[in-house]
Design a protein around this ligand. Structure first.
Ligand code: C2E
Ligand code: MG
Ligand code: MG
Ligand code: MG
Length: 285
């Protein structure tokens, strides 16, 4: 019978969709509980200059779920953004960074380290985001010039005028900006010159195919040249092997981050890592 196959039956969900909805609801409940239960932590991925010195780290959020184990940000950040939970979590990451900067502030070799924090669109769009950052800086006593905020092109382009104003108000506090995942968005020189940026961060997708992919090699060279012309620093993310590093070095890249140097690690591991990398003949910086 034609009708027996259920084709004409009104259904709200197909089973697959229903599974997704349930999974989503479960994840959302777990995410809310995770905040209360302090299941979040951050890992630090070291960043290096051309001399091989550690210049700082990027904070990368981790969720230590009691049953699922370590959940990666790609699996929960989109939902955290949709539900607005990212506001609390993002604020916590910022506080963590600033508290850490304060701890290091009077320790030789640690006091010059910069910490980079990823900022989500929801966070950045908050009317009082600048005030939040100011407040966190004041409460922790961290030096603003050690704090770097990572923004993405897509986040900025949404309302470019508003973004520029907000960046200027944050810049006035002393914090710096890195443009994350650069090259994947709407790269346009016309707005790039209007942003008070300090750094371009070349997206990992262009690095992973170096040096074999001619197209990506051209993109990377162009980004580095662009950064130089705009007097911005440039950092490559996701550097995994020597060949990639060599290519980048030869084309004028000055800062590096990636598994070749170190995976993201706990703060304790990071401190030990820095301690073993203290130069024997320190130079001025
Ligand atoms: P992202 O900011 O572009 O971070 C770089 C990602 O590349 C990280 O993934 C890092 O672990 C990974 N990575 C670093 N070096 C290598 C490498 O050599 N090879 C490969 N294959 N991967 C490398 P992760 O930690 O899974 O984070 C993914 C994304 O989640 C981040 O991309 C960022 O957009 C977001 N995220 C992480 N922490 C936060 C946070 O605190 N707040 C917000 N809003 N987003 C965050
Ligand atoms: Mg980042
Ligand atoms: Mg990135
Ligand atoms: Mg990314």
């Amino acid at each position: 019978q034609a009708k027996a196959d259920g084709r004409n039956t009104l259904r709200f969900f197909d089973p697959e969709m229903q599974a997704t909805v349930i999974e989503r609801a479960t994840l959302e409940t777990a995410l809310r509980y995770a905040i209360e239960d302090q299941q979040f932590l951050v890992h630090y991925q070291p960043q290096f200059n051309e001399q091989g010195d550690i210049i700082g780290a990027e904070l990368l959020l981790r969720w230590k779920h009691p049953e699922r184990g370590m959940v990666r940000p790609d699996e929960f950040i989109p939902l955290a953004e949709e539900t607005g939970l990212i506001l609390q979590v993002g604020r916590w990451v910022l506080e963590t960074a600033c508290k850490q900067l304060k701890v290091w502030a009077d320790q030789p070799y640690f006091q010059n380290l910069n910490l980079a924090v990823n900022v989500s669109q929801c966070q950045f769009r908050e009317d009082d985001f600048t005030d939040q950052v100011r407040q966190i800086l004041e409460e922790t006593g961290a030096s603003p010039k050690r704090l770097k905020l990572e923004l993405t092109e897509s986040l900025l382009i949404d309302d470019i005028e508003c973004s520029i104003n907000k960046m200027h108000s944050l810049r006035a506090l002393g914090v710096e900006f890195s443009l994350d995942d650069f090259g994947t968005g709407y790269s346009s020189l016309s707005y790039l010159t209007q942003l008070p940026l300090e750094q371009l961060k070349i997206d990992r997708s262009f690095i992973s195919t170096l040096p074999d992919s001619h197209n990506d090699a051209v993109v990377v060279q162009t980004i580095i040249t662009m950064a130089q012309s705009l007097k911005l620093s440039v950092i490559a993310e996701g550097v995994e092997n020597e060949a990639q590093k060599q290519f980048l070095e030869q084309h004028g890249c000055t800062n590096y981050q990636g598994y070749l140097f170190s995976k993201p690690i706990t703060v304790t591991e990071f401190e030990a890592f820095v301690a073993t990398h203290i130069p024997l003949h320190p130079h001025q910086n």
